[in-house]
Every structure is written in structure tokens, then in C-alpha cells.
Ligand binder design. Sequence first.
Ligand code: NI
Length: 168
Amino acid sequence: MAVREVVTWGDPRLKKDSEDVGAWTPELDQLVADMFETALAEEGVGLAAPQIGINLNLAVIDCSCGEDPSQKIVLINPEIVREEGVQVGPEGCLSIPGIREVLERPMKVWVKNRKPDGSWEEITGEELLARAFCHEIDHLRGRLFVEYFGPVKRQVIQRKYQKHYQPA
Ligand code: NI
């Protein structure tokens, strides 16, 4: 397993639509293992493939941050099919280190997700997990959480990021 380099805000690979995962391969098992390890090393709850420069509809989530293997989730070609309620809370992104902003998200979401064996499942998440589903699936559509804010607030965040946090 290996920790991969995380690409950051401004990199064009974060803006692209990703392609669906096709037939499952041992290389994808390796990629998923690396993604979990990278998320853990960076202390993130989730990581989407575009964040390591791979434009595939693939993301990993672990709300236990490595504490509980049963909480590891692999999203493959996922799609939100239903959402319910509202939560308001802080959100951050490994591709925008140092920045955390309050953002409204649904309280509960239902996700249609493919499994490695090719079958489909429907999974649900509430609270932090719902937020993670929304955040990671946005990455697969080329969307960063800061893009939900208006141009003025986004510019303030961008200046703060560039001044204090943007990796050299
Ligand atoms: Ni993110």
C-alpha cells in the first residue's frame, strides 16, 4: 500500500467529470487500498479518485478514521437517488487544506452504488456520512464544496487559502 499525493484546489483534474469504473480488476483493489491509506494519513473522512489525479467514479469513505474497519465504504459509480432533511455544519476537503466552512447539506441521503462484483446496492447515510456521500460524489462531478458559496465569499476563502495554506 502507498500514500498517494493529493492534488489541490486549482488543479484542473479536480474540475473534470469522471468516467465510470468498468470491470473490476486487482489494480482497482490496490487503488482503493491506497486511497484508504491516503485518507487516513491526511486525517480525512473520505477521498475521491480525482483527488489523486485519477478521473474515475470511485471514492472511499471511513467515518471512523481507521478505527473501525466495518465503517469502510467504497463508492463505485455512485448516484444520490434521494435526500431528506437539512444539516448545517463545518466541512473541509483534503484538496483545500486548512479551510473549513459551514455548509448546508441534506441530513440523510440514499445512494445507488455498484459493488466490485458488478451488482448494485442502495446504501443510506445520515449526518456525517450523508455529508461525506454528498462531498465525495460532488468530487466525481468536478465540484468542490467551496463552489456552493457566492463569488464574494469564495474569493475571501481563496485569498485566505492562497495566503496561509496553499502548498508551494
Ligand atoms: Ni474533498
